[in-house]
Design a protein around this ligand. Structure first.
Ligand code: NAD
Ligand code: UGA
Length: 476
Protein backbone atom coordinates (compact mmCIF):
# COMPACT_ATOMS: atom_id res chain seq x y z
CA UNK A 1 0.00 0.00 0.00
CA UNK A 2 1.26 3.44 -0.96
CA UNK A 3 1.52 5.70 2.09
CA UNK A 4 3.34 8.76 0.78
CA UNK A 5 2.85 10.63 -2.48
CA UNK A 6 4.66 13.65 -3.84
CA UNK A 7 3.14 15.63 -6.72
CA UNK A 8 5.43 17.95 -8.67
CA UNK A 9 3.37 20.85 -10.05
CA UNK A 10 0.81 22.81 -8.03
CA UNK A 11 -1.24 24.00 -10.99
CA UNK A 12 -4.67 23.39 -12.51
CA UNK A 13 -4.07 19.63 -12.58
CA UNK A 14 -1.71 18.90 -9.67
CA UNK A 15 -3.63 20.59 -6.88
CA UNK A 16 -7.24 19.54 -7.68
CA UNK A 17 -6.16 15.95 -8.40
CA UNK A 18 -4.14 15.63 -5.20
CA UNK A 19 -6.87 17.34 -3.16
CA UNK A 20 -9.38 14.72 -4.29
CA UNK A 21 -6.98 11.81 -3.68
CA UNK A 22 -6.25 13.23 -0.19
CA UNK A 23 -9.97 13.46 0.55
CA UNK A 24 -10.75 9.96 -0.69
CA UNK A 25 -7.64 8.32 0.80
CA UNK A 26 -7.17 9.71 4.31
CA UNK A 27 -4.38 7.21 5.01
CA UNK A 28 -2.13 8.56 2.28
CA UNK A 29 0.03 11.59 3.03
CA UNK A 30 0.40 13.82 -0.03
CA UNK A 31 2.70 16.76 -0.57
CA UNK A 32 2.33 19.00 -3.59
CA UNK A 33 5.60 20.73 -4.46
CA UNK A 34 6.40 23.44 -6.96
CA UNK A 35 9.43 25.46 -8.02
CA UNK A 36 7.21 28.55 -8.00
CA UNK A 37 7.44 29.54 -4.32
CA UNK A 38 4.71 32.18 -4.50
CA UNK A 39 2.30 29.54 -5.84
CA UNK A 40 3.03 27.32 -2.85
CA UNK A 41 2.60 30.28 -0.46
CA UNK A 42 -0.74 31.06 -2.11
CA UNK A 43 -1.96 27.47 -1.62
CA UNK A 44 -0.92 27.73 2.05
CA UNK A 45 -2.82 30.99 2.54
CA UNK A 46 -5.54 31.10 5.19
CA UNK A 47 -7.65 33.12 2.73
CA UNK A 48 -9.02 30.95 -0.07
CA UNK A 49 -9.29 34.04 -2.32
CA UNK A 50 -5.50 33.82 -2.60
CA UNK A 51 -5.61 30.31 -4.10
CA UNK A 52 -4.11 30.49 -7.59
CA UNK A 53 -6.68 28.19 -9.20
CA UNK A 54 -10.43 28.79 -8.88
CA UNK A 55 -12.50 25.63 -9.16
CA UNK A 56 -15.96 25.05 -7.73
CA UNK A 57 -15.65 22.86 -4.62
CA UNK A 58 -11.85 22.99 -4.44
CA UNK A 59 -11.67 25.45 -1.52
CA UNK A 60 -13.96 23.25 0.58
CA UNK A 61 -11.80 20.17 0.02
CA UNK A 62 -8.60 22.06 0.77
CA UNK A 63 -10.10 23.36 4.00
CA UNK A 64 -10.79 19.77 5.06
CA UNK A 65 -7.53 18.06 4.07
CA UNK A 66 -4.84 20.73 4.13
CA UNK A 67 -2.26 20.16 6.86
CA UNK A 68 -3.99 16.85 7.72
CA UNK A 69 -2.93 14.66 4.81
CA UNK A 70 -2.40 17.27 2.06
CA UNK A 71 0.57 19.60 2.28
CA UNK A 72 2.05 22.26 0.00
CA UNK A 73 5.81 22.72 0.11
CA UNK A 74 8.74 24.24 -1.75
CA UNK A 75 11.14 21.64 -0.40
CA UNK A 76 11.01 19.55 -3.55
CA UNK A 77 14.00 17.28 -2.89
CA UNK A 78 12.91 16.27 0.61
CA UNK A 79 9.44 15.24 -0.52
CA UNK A 80 10.66 13.41 -3.60
CA UNK A 81 12.99 11.33 -1.46
CA UNK A 82 10.39 10.61 1.24
CA UNK A 83 7.67 9.45 -1.19
CA UNK A 84 6.96 6.07 -2.74
CA UNK A 85 4.95 7.45 -5.65
CA UNK A 86 5.70 10.70 -7.50
CA UNK A 87 3.21 12.35 -9.85
CA UNK A 88 4.57 14.62 -12.56
CA UNK A 89 1.98 17.37 -13.12
CA UNK A 90 4.23 20.05 -14.56
CA UNK A 91 3.36 22.15 -17.59
CA UNK A 92 4.38 20.91 -21.05
CA UNK A 93 3.87 23.91 -23.36
CA UNK A 94 4.64 24.12 -27.07
CA UNK A 95 8.33 24.60 -27.81
CA UNK A 96 9.23 28.22 -28.55
CA UNK A 97 12.64 27.48 -29.99
CA UNK A 98 14.89 24.70 -31.25
CA UNK A 99 13.89 21.52 -33.09
CA UNK A 100 10.12 21.25 -33.38
CA UNK A 101 9.61 24.96 -32.52
CA UNK A 102 5.92 25.90 -32.69
CA UNK A 103 4.74 22.27 -32.69
CA UNK A 104 6.57 19.85 -30.38
CA UNK A 105 5.94 19.75 -26.64
CA UNK A 106 8.65 21.44 -24.60
CA UNK A 107 9.76 18.71 -22.21
CA UNK A 108 12.28 20.81 -20.27
CA UNK A 109 10.19 20.70 -17.08
CA UNK A 110 9.62 16.96 -17.35
CA UNK A 111 13.31 16.28 -18.05
CA UNK A 112 14.32 18.42 -15.06
CA UNK A 113 11.95 16.49 -12.80
CA UNK A 114 13.30 13.13 -14.01
CA UNK A 115 16.88 14.20 -13.38
CA UNK A 116 16.05 15.63 -9.95
CA UNK A 117 14.12 12.52 -8.94
CA UNK A 118 16.99 10.27 -10.06
CA UNK A 119 19.61 12.29 -8.21
CA UNK A 120 17.81 12.74 -4.87
CA UNK A 121 16.07 9.37 -4.52
CA UNK A 122 17.61 6.98 -2.03
CA UNK A 123 14.73 4.45 -2.26
CA UNK A 124 12.63 2.85 -5.04
CA UNK A 125 9.90 5.00 -6.61
CA UNK A 126 6.93 4.75 -8.92
CA UNK A 127 6.81 7.75 -11.23
CA UNK A 128 3.37 8.64 -12.60
CA UNK A 129 3.11 10.68 -15.80
CA UNK A 130 0.14 12.94 -15.08
CA UNK A 131 1.18 15.72 -17.45
CA UNK A 132 0.13 15.33 -21.08
CA UNK A 133 3.14 13.95 -22.93
CA UNK A 134 4.16 12.80 -26.39
CA UNK A 135 3.87 9.07 -26.98
CA UNK A 136 7.09 7.29 -25.92
CA UNK A 137 8.05 9.90 -23.31
CA UNK A 138 8.44 7.12 -20.72
CA UNK A 139 11.35 5.83 -22.79
CA UNK A 140 13.01 9.25 -22.63
CA UNK A 141 12.42 9.46 -18.86
CA UNK A 142 13.99 6.03 -18.36
CA UNK A 143 17.12 7.14 -20.18
CA UNK A 144 17.46 10.29 -18.07
CA UNK A 145 16.83 8.40 -14.85
CA UNK A 146 19.25 5.58 -15.65
CA UNK A 147 21.96 8.13 -16.34
CA UNK A 148 21.60 9.88 -12.96
CA UNK A 149 20.21 7.37 -10.48
CA UNK A 150 21.99 5.64 -7.62
CA UNK A 151 22.86 2.01 -8.47
CA UNK A 152 20.68 0.31 -5.87
CA UNK A 153 17.52 2.36 -6.48
CA UNK A 154 14.93 1.26 -9.05
CA UNK A 155 12.14 3.17 -10.75
CA UNK A 156 8.93 2.19 -12.50
CA UNK A 157 7.26 4.66 -14.82
CA UNK A 158 3.53 4.51 -15.43
CA UNK A 159 1.21 6.76 -17.42
CA UNK A 160 -2.00 8.14 -15.91
CA UNK A 161 -3.15 11.06 -18.07
CA UNK A 162 -5.64 13.52 -16.65
CA UNK A 163 -8.98 14.16 -18.39
CA UNK A 164 -10.49 16.81 -16.10
CA UNK A 165 -11.81 19.99 -17.69
CA UNK A 166 -11.35 23.35 -16.02
CA UNK A 167 -14.43 24.79 -14.37
CA UNK A 168 -15.69 21.28 -13.61
CA UNK A 169 -12.43 19.81 -12.32
CA UNK A 170 -13.72 18.56 -8.97
CA UNK A 171 -16.89 17.08 -10.45
CA UNK A 172 -14.81 15.39 -13.16
CA UNK A 173 -12.37 13.97 -10.61
CA UNK A 174 -15.18 12.62 -8.42
CA UNK A 175 -17.01 10.99 -11.29
CA UNK A 176 -14.47 10.32 -14.00
CA UNK A 177 -15.86 8.62 -17.14
CA UNK A 178 -12.67 6.63 -17.04
CA UNK A 179 -9.31 6.49 -15.35
CA UNK A 180 -6.57 5.41 -17.73
CA UNK A 181 -3.40 3.75 -16.49
CA UNK A 182 -0.65 2.43 -18.77
CA UNK A 183 2.40 0.49 -17.70
CA UNK A 184 5.13 -1.75 -19.00
CA UNK A 185 3.70 -5.25 -19.35
CA UNK A 186 6.35 -6.67 -16.98
CA UNK A 187 5.72 -7.99 -13.46
CA UNK A 188 7.15 -4.82 -11.95
CA UNK A 189 5.25 -2.59 -14.37
CA UNK A 190 1.96 -4.34 -13.71
CA UNK A 191 2.56 -4.20 -9.94
CA UNK A 192 3.16 -0.45 -10.14
CA UNK A 193 -0.06 -0.09 -12.12
CA UNK A 194 -1.98 -2.08 -9.50
CA UNK A 195 -0.72 0.17 -6.70
CA UNK A 196 -2.28 3.14 -8.48
CA UNK A 197 -5.45 1.18 -9.30
CA UNK A 198 -5.85 0.55 -5.53
CA UNK A 199 -5.78 4.29 -4.87
CA UNK A 200 -8.44 5.09 -7.48
CA UNK A 201 -10.64 2.18 -6.37
CA UNK A 202 -11.38 4.17 -3.21
CA UNK A 203 -13.95 6.11 -5.24
CA UNK A 204 -13.87 5.05 -8.91
CA UNK A 205 -15.73 1.84 -9.82
CA UNK A 206 -13.22 -0.72 -11.10
CA UNK A 207 -14.96 -1.14 -14.46
CA UNK A 208 -14.10 2.49 -15.23
CA UNK A 209 -10.38 1.92 -14.71
CA UNK A 210 -8.81 1.15 -18.07
CA UNK A 211 -5.46 -0.64 -18.05
CA UNK A 212 -3.29 -0.49 -21.16
CA UNK A 213 0.29 -0.61 -22.26
CA UNK A 214 2.16 2.59 -21.60
CA UNK A 215 2.25 3.84 -25.21
CA UNK A 216 -1.51 3.44 -25.67
CA UNK A 217 -2.08 5.43 -22.50
CA UNK A 218 0.25 8.29 -23.50
CA UNK A 219 -1.23 8.47 -27.00
CA UNK A 220 -4.87 8.14 -25.90
CA UNK A 221 -4.59 11.44 -24.05
CA UNK A 222 -3.43 13.30 -27.16
CA UNK A 223 -6.06 11.50 -29.24
CA UNK A 224 -8.87 12.41 -26.80
CA UNK A 225 -8.04 16.10 -26.85
CA UNK A 226 -7.59 16.07 -30.63
CA UNK A 227 -11.00 14.43 -31.15
CA UNK A 228 -12.77 16.82 -28.76
CA UNK A 229 -11.23 19.80 -30.51
CA UNK A 230 -12.07 18.27 -33.89
CA UNK A 231 -15.77 18.31 -32.99
CA UNK A 232 -15.58 22.00 -32.13
CA UNK A 233 -13.76 22.83 -35.36
CA UNK A 234 -16.32 20.76 -37.28
CA UNK A 235 -19.23 22.73 -35.86
CA UNK A 236 -17.42 26.06 -36.15
CA UNK A 237 -16.57 25.37 -39.80
CA UNK A 238 -20.22 24.56 -40.50
CA UNK A 239 -21.27 27.81 -38.79
CA UNK A 240 -19.76 29.68 -41.75
CA UNK A 241 -22.02 27.68 -44.08
CA UNK A 242 -25.19 28.03 -41.98
CA UNK A 243 -24.74 31.80 -42.02
CA UNK A 244 -24.65 31.82 -45.80
CA UNK A 245 -27.63 29.52 -46.24
CA UNK A 246 -30.14 30.79 -43.68
CA UNK A 247 -29.75 27.68 -41.53
CA UNK A 248 -29.12 27.99 -37.80
CA UNK A 249 -26.07 26.34 -36.26
CA UNK A 250 -27.80 25.70 -32.90
CA UNK A 251 -30.57 23.80 -34.68
CA UNK A 252 -28.01 21.90 -36.72
CA UNK A 253 -26.10 20.92 -33.54
CA UNK A 254 -29.27 19.55 -31.98
CA UNK A 255 -30.32 17.70 -35.12
CA UNK A 256 -26.90 16.14 -35.64
CA UNK A 257 -26.28 15.43 -31.95
CA UNK A 258 -29.54 13.50 -31.53
CA UNK A 259 -27.96 10.69 -33.49
CA UNK A 260 -26.64 8.47 -30.70
CA UNK A 261 -23.69 7.50 -32.83
CA UNK A 262 -22.60 11.14 -32.96
CA UNK A 263 -23.77 12.33 -29.53
CA UNK A 264 -24.71 15.83 -28.43
CA UNK A 265 -21.61 16.95 -26.50
CA UNK A 266 -19.03 19.43 -27.74
CA UNK A 267 -21.16 20.71 -30.58
CA UNK A 268 -21.55 24.28 -29.29
CA UNK A 269 -20.51 26.98 -31.72
CA UNK A 270 -17.91 29.37 -30.35
CA UNK A 271 -15.29 31.95 -31.21
CA UNK A 272 -12.87 29.02 -31.33
CA UNK A 273 -11.60 26.75 -28.61
CA UNK A 274 -9.15 28.17 -26.08
CA UNK A 275 -7.39 26.79 -23.03
CA UNK A 276 -3.85 25.70 -22.47
CA UNK A 277 -4.18 22.24 -23.96
CA UNK A 278 -6.19 21.65 -27.15
CA UNK A 279 -3.96 23.66 -29.46
CA UNK A 280 -0.67 22.56 -27.93
CA UNK A 281 -1.70 18.90 -27.82
CA UNK A 282 -2.85 18.85 -31.45
CA UNK A 283 0.29 20.63 -32.62
CA UNK A 284 2.26 18.05 -30.68
CA UNK A 285 0.30 15.28 -32.41
CA UNK A 286 1.02 16.89 -35.77
CA UNK A 287 4.72 16.98 -34.92
CA UNK A 288 4.78 13.33 -33.84
CA UNK A 289 3.00 12.23 -37.04
CA UNK A 290 5.54 14.13 -39.12
CA UNK A 291 8.39 12.54 -37.18
CA UNK A 292 7.06 9.15 -38.25
CA UNK A 293 6.67 10.34 -41.84
CA UNK A 294 2.85 10.46 -41.69
CA UNK A 295 2.41 13.75 -43.54
CA UNK A 296 -1.27 13.20 -44.52
CA UNK A 297 -2.22 12.28 -40.97
CA UNK A 298 -0.35 15.32 -39.67
CA UNK A 299 -2.14 17.61 -42.14
CA UNK A 300 -5.54 16.15 -41.22
CA UNK A 301 -5.08 17.11 -37.55
CA UNK A 302 -3.38 20.41 -38.32
CA UNK A 303 -6.57 21.45 -40.07
CA UNK A 304 -8.40 21.39 -36.70
CA UNK A 305 -6.13 24.17 -35.43
CA UNK A 306 -6.28 26.04 -38.73
CA UNK A 307 -10.09 26.10 -38.63
CA UNK A 308 -9.89 27.43 -35.07
CA UNK A 309 -7.70 30.33 -36.22
CA UNK A 310 -10.03 30.85 -39.19
CA UNK A 311 -13.06 31.11 -36.86
CA UNK A 312 -11.37 33.79 -34.76
CA UNK A 313 -10.40 35.82 -37.85
CA UNK A 314 -13.84 35.27 -39.35
CA UNK A 315 -15.50 36.70 -36.23
CA UNK A 316 -13.21 39.72 -36.21
CA UNK A 317 -14.00 40.31 -39.90
CA UNK A 318 -17.75 40.05 -39.27
CA UNK A 319 -17.57 42.64 -36.46
CA UNK A 320 -15.29 44.89 -38.50
CA UNK A 321 -17.51 44.90 -41.56
CA UNK A 322 -20.76 45.21 -39.57
CA UNK A 323 -19.54 48.25 -37.67
CA UNK A 324 -18.21 49.78 -40.93
CA UNK A 325 -15.42 51.67 -39.13
CA UNK A 326 -13.72 50.50 -35.93
CA UNK A 327 -11.82 53.69 -35.28
CA UNK A 328 -13.15 55.41 -32.15
CA UNK A 329 -15.87 52.78 -31.66
CA UNK A 330 -16.52 51.92 -27.99
CA UNK A 331 -16.85 48.17 -27.65
CA UNK A 332 -17.81 46.10 -24.59
CA UNK A 333 -16.03 42.75 -24.35
CA UNK A 334 -18.00 40.29 -22.24
CA UNK A 335 -15.73 37.51 -21.04
CA UNK A 336 -11.99 36.97 -21.01
CA UNK A 337 -11.50 33.45 -19.61
CA UNK A 338 -11.37 30.69 -22.25
CA UNK A 339 -14.64 29.21 -20.93
CA UNK A 340 -17.02 29.95 -18.08
CA UNK A 341 -16.34 29.10 -14.44
CA UNK A 342 -12.57 29.39 -14.59
CA UNK A 343 -10.08 32.23 -14.12
CA UNK A 344 -7.79 30.65 -16.71
CA UNK A 345 -7.28 32.86 -19.75
CA UNK A 346 -4.64 30.83 -21.60
CA UNK A 347 -5.26 30.77 -25.37
CA UNK A 348 -8.66 32.43 -24.90
CA UNK A 349 -10.19 33.59 -28.18
CA UNK A 350 -10.87 36.93 -26.45
CA UNK A 351 -7.15 37.69 -26.74
CA UNK A 352 -6.66 37.73 -30.55
CA UNK A 353 -10.12 39.13 -31.27
CA UNK A 354 -9.73 42.01 -28.78
CA UNK A 355 -6.18 42.72 -29.89
CA UNK A 356 -7.26 43.00 -33.52
CA UNK A 357 -10.05 45.37 -32.45
CA UNK A 358 -7.66 47.77 -30.69
CA UNK A 359 -5.09 47.54 -33.48
CA UNK A 360 -7.88 48.76 -35.77
CA UNK A 361 -8.68 51.74 -33.56
CA UNK A 362 -11.52 50.56 -31.29
CA UNK A 363 -11.64 51.35 -27.56
CA UNK A 364 -12.49 48.41 -25.35
CA UNK A 365 -14.18 47.96 -22.03
CA UNK A 366 -13.56 44.45 -20.76
CA UNK A 367 -15.42 42.57 -18.07
CA UNK A 368 -14.89 39.03 -16.79
CA UNK A 369 -16.25 37.70 -13.49
CA UNK A 370 -13.04 35.85 -12.54
CA UNK A 371 -10.09 36.70 -14.78
CA UNK A 372 -7.39 38.72 -13.09
CA UNK A 373 -7.02 42.30 -14.39
CA UNK A 374 -3.24 42.13 -14.54
CA UNK A 375 -3.52 38.88 -16.47
CA UNK A 376 -5.80 40.52 -19.06
CA UNK A 377 -3.23 43.26 -19.67
CA UNK A 378 -0.45 40.66 -19.77
CA UNK A 379 -2.39 38.59 -22.33
CA UNK A 380 -2.89 41.61 -24.59
CA UNK A 381 0.74 42.67 -24.21
CA UNK A 382 2.07 39.22 -25.06
CA UNK A 383 -0.18 38.96 -28.10
CA UNK A 384 0.76 42.45 -29.35
CA UNK A 385 4.44 41.64 -28.83
CA UNK A 386 3.97 38.57 -31.03
CA UNK A 387 2.80 40.95 -33.77
CA UNK A 388 6.22 42.65 -33.56
CA UNK A 389 4.86 45.88 -32.11
CA UNK A 390 7.30 47.85 -29.97
CA UNK A 391 6.77 48.95 -26.37
CA UNK A 392 5.66 52.47 -27.33
CA UNK A 393 3.05 51.16 -29.78
CA UNK A 394 1.82 48.59 -27.26
CA UNK A 395 1.52 51.20 -24.48
CA UNK A 396 -0.45 53.40 -26.86
CA UNK A 397 -2.81 50.53 -27.83
CA UNK A 398 -3.30 49.54 -24.20
CA UNK A 399 -4.44 53.09 -23.41
CA UNK A 400 -7.54 52.17 -25.49
CA UNK A 401 -8.42 49.44 -22.98
CA UNK A 402 -10.32 49.74 -19.73
CA UNK A 403 -11.09 46.80 -17.48
CA UNK A 404 -14.34 47.06 -15.58
CA UNK A 405 -15.23 45.65 -12.17
CA UNK A 406 -18.89 45.15 -12.97
CA UNK A 407 -20.97 44.07 -15.93
CA UNK A 408 -23.16 47.17 -15.80
CA UNK A 409 -20.11 49.48 -16.00
CA UNK A 410 -18.87 47.50 -18.97
CA UNK A 411 -22.22 47.64 -20.78
CA UNK A 412 -22.73 51.38 -20.41
CA UNK A 413 -22.24 53.74 -23.31
CA UNK A 414 -21.13 51.30 -25.99
CA UNK A 415 -21.40 51.11 -29.75
CA UNK A 416 -21.12 47.34 -29.74
CA UNK A 417 -21.26 44.48 -27.26
CA UNK A 418 -19.41 41.23 -27.94
CA UNK A 419 -20.13 38.11 -25.89
CA UNK A 420 -16.96 36.00 -26.01
CA UNK A 421 -17.28 33.73 -22.96
CA UNK A 422 -20.50 31.91 -22.05
CA UNK A 423 -20.71 33.11 -18.41
CA UNK A 424 -24.20 32.59 -16.90
CA UNK A 425 -24.19 36.26 -15.82
CA UNK A 426 -24.38 37.26 -19.49
CA UNK A 427 -27.43 35.10 -20.11
CA UNK A 428 -29.25 37.03 -17.40
CA UNK A 429 -28.76 40.57 -18.71
CA UNK A 430 -32.05 42.49 -18.59
CA UNK A 431 -31.98 43.90 -22.12
CA UNK A 432 -35.28 45.72 -21.69
CA UNK A 433 -34.06 47.82 -18.73
CA UNK A 434 -30.76 48.27 -20.47
CA UNK A 435 -32.58 49.75 -23.46
CA UNK A 436 -34.67 52.08 -21.28
CA UNK A 437 -31.55 53.43 -19.57
CA UNK A 438 -29.55 53.82 -22.75
CA UNK A 439 -28.59 57.45 -23.31
CA UNK A 440 -27.29 57.42 -26.89
CA UNK A 441 -29.65 57.52 -29.88
CA UNK A 442 -28.40 54.34 -31.46
CA UNK A 443 -28.57 51.06 -29.56
CA UNK A 444 -25.34 49.05 -29.56
CA UNK A 445 -24.92 46.18 -32.00
CA UNK A 446 -24.76 42.89 -30.14
CA UNK A 447 -22.44 40.12 -31.34
CA UNK A 448 -23.11 36.86 -29.54
CA UNK A 449 -20.26 34.50 -30.44
CA UNK A 450 -21.51 31.80 -28.04
CA UNK A 451 -25.18 31.91 -29.11
CA UNK A 452 -26.38 32.14 -25.51
CA UNK A 453 -28.68 35.16 -25.80
CA UNK A 454 -32.36 35.14 -26.71
CA UNK A 455 -32.13 36.48 -30.26
CA UNK A 456 -35.90 36.74 -30.77
CA UNK A 457 -36.27 38.86 -27.62
CA UNK A 458 -33.36 41.07 -28.65
CA UNK A 459 -34.83 41.56 -32.12
CA UNK A 460 -38.23 42.40 -30.64
CA UNK A 461 -36.51 45.08 -28.55
CA UNK A 462 -35.08 46.48 -31.80
CA UNK A 463 -31.49 45.57 -31.17
CA UNK A 464 -29.25 44.77 -34.10
CA UNK A 465 -27.95 41.34 -33.16
CA UNK A 466 -25.71 38.76 -34.74
CA UNK A 467 -25.20 35.22 -33.59
CA UNK A 468 -22.48 33.09 -35.10
CA UNK A 469 -23.84 30.66 -37.65
CA UNK A 470 -27.38 31.94 -37.25
CA UNK A 471 -28.87 32.73 -40.64
CA UNK A 472 -31.68 34.62 -38.85
CA UNK A 473 -29.41 37.34 -37.45
CA UNK A 474 -30.49 40.87 -38.37
CA UNK A 475 -26.92 42.09 -38.84
CA UNK A 476 -25.48 40.73 -42.04
P1 NAD B 1 0.11 24.74 -14.68
O1 NAD B 1 1.01 25.64 -15.44
O2 NAD B 1 -1.14 25.27 -14.08
O3 NAD B 1 0.95 24.07 -13.48
C1 NAD B 1 2.21 23.47 -13.67
C2 NAD B 1 3.08 23.79 -12.45
O4 NAD B 1 4.29 23.05 -12.56
C3 NAD B 1 3.48 25.25 -12.33
O5 NAD B 1 3.04 25.77 -11.09
C4 NAD B 1 5.00 25.24 -12.45
O6 NAD B 1 5.64 26.19 -11.61
C5 NAD B 1 5.33 23.84 -11.99
N1 NAD B 1 6.64 23.34 -12.47
C6 NAD B 1 7.08 23.33 -13.76
N2 NAD B 1 8.30 22.75 -13.80
C7 NAD B 1 8.62 22.39 -12.54
C8 NAD B 1 9.75 21.74 -11.95
N3 NAD B 1 10.78 21.33 -12.71
N4 NAD B 1 9.74 21.55 -10.62
C9 NAD B 1 8.71 21.96 -9.87
N5 NAD B 1 7.62 22.56 -10.35
C10 NAD B 1 7.57 22.78 -11.68
O7 NAD B 1 -0.19 23.52 -15.65
P2 NAD B 1 -1.53 22.62 -15.68
O8 NAD B 1 -2.61 23.32 -16.39
O9 NAD B 1 -1.76 22.09 -14.31
O10 NAD B 1 -1.05 21.44 -16.64
C11 NAD B 1 -0.10 20.49 -16.22
C12 NAD B 1 -0.08 19.34 -17.21
O11 NAD B 1 -1.34 18.68 -17.19
C13 NAD B 1 0.16 19.74 -18.67
O12 NAD B 1 0.91 18.74 -19.30
C14 NAD B 1 -1.24 19.79 -19.26
O13 NAD B 1 -1.23 19.53 -20.64
C15 NAD B 1 -1.92 18.67 -18.51
N6 NAD B 1 -3.38 18.80 -18.36
C16 NAD B 1 -3.92 20.01 -18.04
C17 NAD B 1 -5.30 20.11 -17.84
C18 NAD B 1 -5.95 21.43 -17.49
O14 NAD B 1 -7.17 21.46 -17.44
N7 NAD B 1 -5.22 22.50 -17.26
C19 NAD B 1 -6.10 18.98 -17.93
C20 NAD B 1 -5.50 17.75 -18.24
C21 NAD B 1 -4.13 17.68 -18.44
C1 UGA C 1 -10.12 19.98 -22.16
C2 UGA C 1 -10.77 18.59 -22.18
O1 UGA C 1 -12.18 18.74 -22.18
C3 UGA C 1 -10.34 17.78 -20.95
O2 UGA C 1 -10.87 16.46 -21.04
C4 UGA C 1 -8.81 17.72 -20.92
O3 UGA C 1 -8.38 17.04 -19.75
C5 UGA C 1 -8.25 19.12 -20.91
O4 UGA C 1 -8.72 19.83 -22.08
C6 UGA C 1 -6.76 19.16 -20.97
O5 UGA C 1 -6.13 18.23 -21.38
O6 UGA C 1 -6.28 20.24 -20.60
P1 UGA C 1 -10.60 22.27 -20.93
O7 UGA C 1 -9.66 22.83 -21.94
O8 UGA C 1 -10.37 22.60 -19.51
O9 UGA C 1 -10.62 20.67 -21.03
O10 UGA C 1 -12.08 22.73 -21.27
P2 UGA C 1 -13.16 22.28 -22.37
O11 UGA C 1 -14.46 22.22 -21.71
O12 UGA C 1 -12.73 21.10 -23.12
O13 UGA C 1 -13.18 23.53 -23.34
C7 UGA C 1 -12.08 23.84 -24.17
C8 UGA C 1 -12.45 24.96 -25.11
O14 UGA C 1 -13.39 24.49 -26.07
C9 UGA C 1 -13.10 26.15 -24.43
O15 UGA C 1 -12.63 27.34 -24.99
C10 UGA C 1 -14.58 25.96 -24.72
O16 UGA C 1 -15.30 27.16 -24.71
C11 UGA C 1 -14.51 25.36 -26.11
N1 UGA C 1 -15.72 24.59 -26.47
C12 UGA C 1 -16.09 23.52 -25.74
C13 UGA C 1 -16.44 24.98 -27.59
O17 UGA C 1 -16.09 25.93 -28.28
N2 UGA C 1 -17.56 24.27 -27.92
C14 UGA C 1 -17.97 23.19 -27.21
O18 UGA C 1 -18.99 22.57 -27.57
C15 UGA C 1 -17.21 22.80 -26.09
Amino acid sequence: MIKKICCIGAGYVGTPTMAVIALKCPNIEITVVDSNKSRIEAWNSSNSNDFPVKETGLDDIINVVRNKNLFFSSDIEKHIDESEMIFLAVNTPTKKEGKGKGFAADLTNIDQCAKQIAIVSSSDKIIVEKSTLPVRTAERLKQIINKHKQDDVSFEIISNPEFLAEGTAIRDLYKSDRVLIGSDQTNKGLAAMESLVKIYKNWIPEERIIKTNIWSSELSKLASNAMLAQRISSINSLSALTEKTGAKINELSIAVGKDNRIGDKFLNVSPGFGGSCFKKDILNLVYICRQYGLEEVAEYWHQVVKINDYQRKRIFNIINSSLKELKNKRISILGWSFKKDTNDTRESSSIPISSDLIINGASLKIYDPLADKKQIIQDLTTYLESKNLDLKEITCLLSQVKINNTLSECLSNSNAIIVLTEWDEFRQIDWQSYKLNFVDNVLPHIFDTRNILDIELLKSLEYKVLQIGNGDSNIK
